[in-house]
Design a protein around this ligand. Structure first.
Ligand code: SF4
Length: 357
């Protein structure tokens, strides 16, 4: 695989040996600047580094400047069908436009978008989704292709578009090749990486619900990331976008590519448990992963939330600190050493205080 060339998006240099950046997409009405900014701020607090918004019409395009001014992270405009929306988005100051070669129109229109991007230093993502490739229009239903054939056609369409950008001497672009099928997605991304040094935005599309989509995405993304493929990542889930950010980081964290918050070790609970371990872990994670500062301060820390004293402090001996539950209370311990008993009501408060120390 070739090392991807570098592309600048806002403050980030993507590709090369740079960190894989986490991206998400708002599900607010972009025309409602207030709601969209509010959601982007929540995503920024969860650690999202690049935010994309849908631009379905000219009113949405004209709102982008207002949104851009109110947020800290690079803004990506997602454009389908109408190249004029892309031109307006560029005028409004977005950092990147995502266009779909399957529906953006003829070469002259794409050329106009590219020249406007060049003029303003805006990057482009050529986003190829398996469901909207031009080749599919030749078939009444779904063609009976192998994953390799899907990959070939998807990469072909991406490169056709990329050639147009290259002819205009435009290099600041990424490509994404997505499908809801993980094997097709992996085959397509691998094929592109074997042929070119174009940096890739990776992810499945329409991956599904939180659990199913995260599992599918983790399998696909680990195959790509372990080969060095992926400059940015988005885990597309039917779920709060904040959880998409979380899922992306958990994948990167598990692969040792990024750090993100603590390593929380918690027991599965059993007949000995007399406290609410699952509720405690959920509430703790909710607080940490909604606050950039708590994420930063807790990064690299190992925190234990165990159901009982039988296995708690012993099994979690290497945790920096943690709780081992009893009946409505718990043992507060540090590095395997029991410090004191504390009531369940103050567990989270105590853990957060310890993180902030
Ligand atoms: S730590 Fe205790 S409560 Fe949790 S699973 Fe083990 S034995 Fe059960």
């Amino acid at each position: 695989m070739k090392l991807a060339r570098e592309v600048k998006v806002g403050p980030f240099i993507l590709g090369g040996k740079n960190p894989v950046r986490v991206q998400s997409m708002c599900n607010t009405d972009t025309r409602d600047a207030e709601a969209t900014v509010k959601q982007i701020k929540i995503l920024e607090n969860a650690g999202c580094e690049i935010n994309r918004v849908a631009v379905p019409d000219m009113d949405a395009a004209k709102t982008l400047g207002k949104i851009k001014q109110a947020i800290e992270t690079p803004l990506v405009a997602d454009i389908h069908f109408d190249y004029k929306l892309a031109l307006e988005a560029i005028k409004q100051g977005v950092d990147k436009v995502r266009i779909n070669p399957g529906n953006i129109g003829d070469k002259a229109k794409v050329k106009e978008v590219v020249l406007a991007c060049k003029d303003k230093g805006v990057a482009i993502r050529i986003g190829v989704n398996a469901g909207s490739i031009k080749e599919l229009r030749k078939f009444p239903g779904q063609p009976n292709w192998t994953d390799e054939k899907w990959a070939e056609v998807m990469v072909g369409e991406a490169l056709e578009q990329a050639d147009l950008l290259e002819q205009l001497n435009f290099k600041d672009y990424l490509v994404s090749l997505k499908s809801d099928n993980l094997f097709r997605t992996v085959a397509a991304c691998e094929l592109l990486a074997s042929k070119t040094d174009i940096p890739q935005h990776i992810g499945l599309t329409e991956a599904g619900s939180f659990l199913a989509g995260t599992v599918k995405s983790a399998i696909a993304m680990s195959r790509l990331l372990s080969q060095g493929i992926g400059a940015t990542i988005r885990i597309s889930l039917t779920e709060d976008p904040k959880m998409q950010v979380r899922a992306a980081y958990e994948i990167l964290k598990a692969l040792g590519l990024r750090q993100y918050g603590p390593n929380i070790i918690s027991c599965p609970t059993c007949g000995r448990t007399q406290v609410d371990i699952s509720g405690t872990v959920k509430a703790l994670e909710e607080q940490i992963y909604s606050d950039k500062e708590l994420i930063r301060l807790s990064t690299g820390k190992k925190i234990a939330v165990m159901g009982c004293a039988v296995n708690g402090p012993g099994e979690a001996r290497d945790a920096d600190f943690g709780i081992a539950g009893g009946r409505g209370e718990g043992l507060w311990f540090k590095k395997g050493e029991i410090i004191e008993k504390i009531p369940q009501q103050i567990w989270i408060k105590r853990i957060l205080e310890e993180i902030k120390k």
